[in-house]
Design a protein around this ligand. Structure first.
Ligand code: MG
Length: 385
């Protein structure tokens, strides 16, 4: 006779889903809306991952790292092994272990971690669809809307760097549309020039007035002395945070910068330094994991808990806002999510429903899963491999 535990185990076994199909769509030349005062960029590419289970449930994800090596990694290495093993999409801690039982002890590089992040995100989409719950509820369900800031002024496709006048005009335009917090890139000159960047930030401050928050993103381009100089010059401009100002996110250098400025320092983990290195070094005020690059929601939860343990804010700074919303809505210490103008236009072009800023907030999808379903016919039209 079956006891309670055996009955439960039988039920679990019967209901167990397997991943039966993984298809990576390499999409190129998808038309997007260019920035307010520029003609470029007009198109964007994306890697769109489709994962189907034995119950016919389909999960979707995209990558923040669109290098072609990810295509081969998924198609030739990751997908065949997951399907051969009949992996259960609910066991998101187990899936990376199919590739290296020491995965989290021996970092295997950004490409593999990004590829596994795509699998993880699609699995969380499947978990939500299976249970009829939005992913942010599965992650804790702390809130149903998250604060947002808008990043603009990044030149793409060989377009020239924005002038101070262009930046100011675009900032004013976005502020007039109701944007409450703007971020702009700094250090983009051939040789980073703190004085030029100060002039650009000062022009933006003058254009938007004192009631719009301003932040800066260095994209790892500056030396420590240049970052210190820029922050010193910008103290008077009331800057909310500076993101990844220094080469490699070197923790000792970020800690030094932090000791020299009142501007909050933000950075994410990367292939060289982990969230733990940044936190232990006292290098940051805001930890900014990207679920699309850094191991999915499974790893995002670990980063959120690390930030909480160190009493450091959790934030976000990359082009995958529509996916990262679920983490920030899910965990108690979730924070500001980035609306990266160019990348968000790509999300708008790819998915049927994408949350949009409304008076400084994004409302989180309440659909089962992530609520990010690709538009009909998009894959057929833009798939190149
Ligand atoms: Mg950034």
């Amino acid at each position: 006779m079956l006891n309670q535990t055996m009955l439960y185990e039988t039920k679990v076994l019967e209901s167990r889903q397997k991943i039966v199909r993984i298809e990576l769509h390499n999409l190129r030349n998808i038309p997007i809306t260019p920035p307010p005062y520029r003609d470029l960029p007009k198109t964007e590419g994306a890697l769109l991952l489709e994962v189907e289970t034995s119950d016919g449930i389909v999960g979707w994800s995209t990558s923040g790292y669109t290098h072609h090596v990810v295509v081969d990694l998924i198609n030739k290495y990751i997908a065949p092994r997951i399907i051969e093993q009949g992996a259960d999409p609910f066991r998101t801690e187990r899936i990376p272990m199919l590739f290296d039982r020491h995965t989290y002890e021996r970092p295997l590089g950004r490409a593999l971690i990004s590829a596994l992040a795509m699998i993880d995100i699609a699995c969380w989409d499947i978990k939500g669809k299976t249970l009829g719950k939005p992913v942010h509820h599965l992650l804790g369900g702390a809130r149903d809307r998250v604060p947002v800031y808008v990043t603009h002024g990044a030149a793409y496709d060989g377009a020239p760097v924005y002038t101070a006048k262009e930046l100011a005009a675009e900032a004013k335009h976005l502020a007039d549309l109701g944007v409450t917090h703007l971020k702009n890139t700094v250090g983009r000159q051939a040789v980073p020039d703190p004085y030029d960047d100060y002039n650009r930030m000062a022009a933006m401050r003058e254009a938007v007035g004192p009631n719009v928050r301003l932040s800066m993103d260095g994209n790892l381009r500056m030396s420590l002395p240049d970052a210190v100089k820029l922050c010193t010059l910008c103290e008077e401009l009331d800057i909310s945070f500076i993101e990844e100002p220094i080469h490699y996110n070197e923790p000792a250098n970020l800690a030094h910068l932090r000791s020299r400025t009142s501007i909050r320092v933000a950075a994410a983990e990367n292939e060289k330094f982990s969230a733990k290195d940044l936190l232990c070094a006292g290098a940051i005020d805001i930890l900014q994991p990207n679920v699309n690059n850094d191991g999915g929601f499974t790893a995002g939860l670990r980063s959120a808990n690390l930030a909480r343990a160190f009493n450091v804010a959790l934030g976000h700074g990359n082009g995958n806002g529509p996916h990262n919303i679920a983490l920030h809505a899910g965990v108690a210490n979730g924070g500001l999510v980035e609306y990266h103008f160019h990348k968000w236009m790509a999300y708008n072009a790819i998915f049927k429903e994408v949350p949009q800023p409304d008076e400084g907030y994004l409302n989180v999808s309440q659909e089962p899963g992530l609520g990010l379903e690709p538009k009909d016919g998009l894959i057929q039209e833009f798939k190149v491999s």
